[in-house]
Design a protein. Structure first.
Length: 194
């Protein structure tokens, strides 16, 4: 029993082996150029840029007469953000202390930047591969978007505002969210054709 409690405490405090090793590695490789790069990257996952990006994607889908997809995408981005806020209140994990290069408020697990960005990107990749006829272009854009989502998550660890497990947890939840909602979308689409 003590082992379980110790593990849960380590997880909550971010003192587990993996989180500690990753923080130590990040501290060993930090330099001014990487600091600037990751500060710039992380802003792309901030609330305002994400709202703007979501609205642009919704407008593009709407313009190409994909009204259902536009609504579906917007609802999903809002839904993953709300889920993230709920999970933060449930876990109430404190952020790393003494290693932050930027200021971050609220709780740490799961990373909202990592979770919301990855879920948004996975849904967008689904639509890109579904609707863009030129498959090489669709795959190229998809890879770029996926790298963008990965970099935002990595930036949160590098900047010391999240533990490694916050970001990995966010990505896993985002993947599950996207998978479930894509299945729902496909089910609704096939049902409407009957």
């Amino acid at each position: 029993m003590n082992k379980i409690y110790k593990t849960l405490d380590e997880l909550k405090l971010g003192t587990g082996i993996i989180d500690t090793q990753v923080i130590n590695y990040v501290l060993s490789v930090r330099n001014s150029k990487m600091n600037t790069f990751f500060k710039m990257i992380t802003t792309l996952g901030n609330v305002i840029p994400m709202i703007i990006l979501t609205l642009i994607i919704m407008l593009i889908l709407f313009y190409y007469n994909k009204k259902s997809e536009s609504f579906f995408y917007g609802i999903n981005v809002l839904g993953i953000w709300l889920l993230n806020e709920i999970l933060k209140q449930i876990f109430r994990r404190q952020r790393p202390q003494g290693v932050q290069l930027i200021t971050a408020v609220d709780f740490s697990f799961p990373s909202s930047h990592a979770m919301v960005t990855m879920a948004s990107v996975l849904l967008l990749i689904f639509f890109i591969t579904k609707f863009i006829k030129y498959k090489k272009l669709a795959y190229l854009v998809s890879v770029i978007l996926f790298i963008y989502a990965l970099l935002i998550g990595i930036s949160r660890i590098y900047l010391g505002v999240h533990y490694f497990s916050d970001v990995i947890g966010g990505w896993i939840i985002a993947g599950i969210w996207a998978f479930i909602n894509i299945r729902i979308y496909k089910h609704i689409l096939s049902a409407s054709k009957l």
